[in-house]
Design a protein. Structure first.
Length: 450
């Protein structure tokens, strides 16, 4: 997996775990992300969840690869004979198919068993019914070795998209149990967690699973109280057709905050608690780290110009155990359970170990929204001694010059910015830095390096 894939694989947890979307090209990233963000806000997604613009959350599945067809028909991963370690027990399979369903009337519908097997401490079966052109699936679970009558239905029957891999992660037993039903010939692998190296590179180490007729099983370490850090990948004919979390799991309302270093700039307030909670939640959910593994520091806290007035914004640094640091910026105002009425979404960067984010020059571009619309602003943090900044486009032409207030500029922007040159009072160049290279679209889906 390339570094770009790893970054993108870090950045999407909250938006959902169904396939869809594709990376934006740099020239379109701002307006496309605006549109996606407005759609999410309109759907009631809490905008604070978008503020963690760090390489920490998985994108869920990536865009599907070429769909395999069988005799001109779309591939159905649930068709064919029963798979799993118990598939050869015809009597048991017949009894599983006859189990009563709660939550769906399938009395007169032919049911088949797509999977039956023991995985670690648990026996698991997936029974499938075709109803009015839809595929419904009911999972049954119990202790390993249990008879069909001892199994219990796990949740209501749910529609299944049989053209895509079907996954189930059960966190009730210990260890957790994983089932992946893909197409025959597909290669299935699992990554336990995300690591961020000292060089600031996100790394997932995929371990191949034994796959028989497209079915793979595994036990995984118990999910933490903050979510599931494991990710599954399915490759078909050399193309990744699925990459994402095997379970959508909500996080606690609050995560205990570790001690924070003092703000980097004297007199600056600390980052808003909502931003800190969001950053920490997505970090620990995806990486498997605990809150105590991370060190937080506010680099700047103030406001950016929005369509109808200033919108509060903060820049936060989160240091990993490796020493690398994610630098994120954002803010949202919302009541619990309601969409944000004002919010800021910014580009972000990951700094290698040994870099002090308090002294490191940063250039971010931010979308600032309120009910009246969205504007674009630059958030430029200069190194010590910087008094002025030149903003340049991709051709190297100066598009704007701003004086710094205590080393910071929060001027409106046009979206063409690519680099920032920081100068001291004598006009000497102190630093040339690129725009922070990654951009999240609200919940970090389809994030792509510039």
């Amino acid at each position: 997996m390339s570094t770009e894939d790893d970054v993108r694989a870090l950045l999407h947890a909250v938006a959902g775990d169904a396939p869809g979307g594709s990376p934006d090209v740099p020239a379109l990233v701002v307006r496309r992300h605006r549109a996606r963000r407005r759609a999410r806000v309109g759907a009631g997604v809490l905008a604070a969840a978008a503020l963690l613009a760090v390489p920490l959350v998985d994108p869920g599945p990536q865009p599907p690869g070429p769909t395999r067809t069988v005799d001109g028909r779309t591939l159905d991963v649930l068709a064919g004979p029963t798979r799993g370690g118990l598939a050869g027990d015809a009597g048991l399979v017949q009894q599983l198919a006859a189990l009563p369903w709660a939550g769906a009337d399938v009395q007169d519908v032919t049911r088949t068993v797509a999977f039956a097997g023991d995985i670690g401490p648990q026996r698991t079966a997936l029974v499938v019914a075709r109803v009015d052109g839809r595929t419904l699936g009911a999972w049954f679970t119990g202790p390993a070795g249990a008879s069909p009558g001892e199994l219990r239905q796990s949740g209501d029957p749910a529609p299944l998209d049989a053209s895509e891999p079907v996954l189930r992660l059960d966190t009730d037993p210990s260890p957790d149990t994983l089932v992946v039903l893909a197409a025959p010939g597909d290669q299935v692998s699992v990554s336990q967690r995300l690591e961020v190296t000292a060089a600031g590179e996100p790394v997932r180490r995929q371990a191949p699973l034994v796959t028989t007729d497209g079915a793979a099983t595994s036990t995984l370490p118990d999910a933490s109280a903050y979510g599931v850090s494991a990710r599954v990948q399915v490759i078909r004919d050399g193309t990744t057709v699925y990459r994402g979390t095997p379970l959508r799991q909500p996080l606690p309302a609050e995560i205990p905050l570790p001690a924070q270093d003092p703000p980097a700039r004297p007199g600056q307030p600390a980052a808003p608690g909502a931003l800190v909670q969001t950053v920490l939640a997505d970090l620990v959910r995806t990486t498997g780290y605990t809150p105590d593994d991370l060190t937080l520091q506010t680099l700047w806290s103030g406001s950016l110009p929005g369509p109808a007035g200033p919108v509060p914004t903060a820049v936060l640094a989160a240091r990993f155990p490796s020493g690398a640091t994610a630098v994120v910026a954002g803010w949202a105002a919302a009541d619990p359970g309601r969409p944000a009425d004002r919010a800021t979404y910014c580009t972000f960067a990951v700094l290698p170990a040994g870099t002090d984010p308090a002294d490191h020059p940063l250039a971010m571009r931010c979308d600032v929204s309120d009910p009246s619309g969205t504007t674009v602003s630059s958030l430029l943090l200069g190194p010590p001694g910087a008094t002025r900044v030149e903003v340049r486009d991709a051709a190297g032409d100066v598009t704007a010059t701003h004086d710094l207030d205590s080393g910071v500029s929060t001027a409106p922007a046009e979206g063409s910015e690519r680099t920032a040159r920081f100068l001291d009072a004598a006009g000497q160049v102190l630093a040339d830095v690129p725009l922070s290279p990654y951009y999240g679209n609200g919940t970090f889906a389809q994030t792509r390096p510039r």
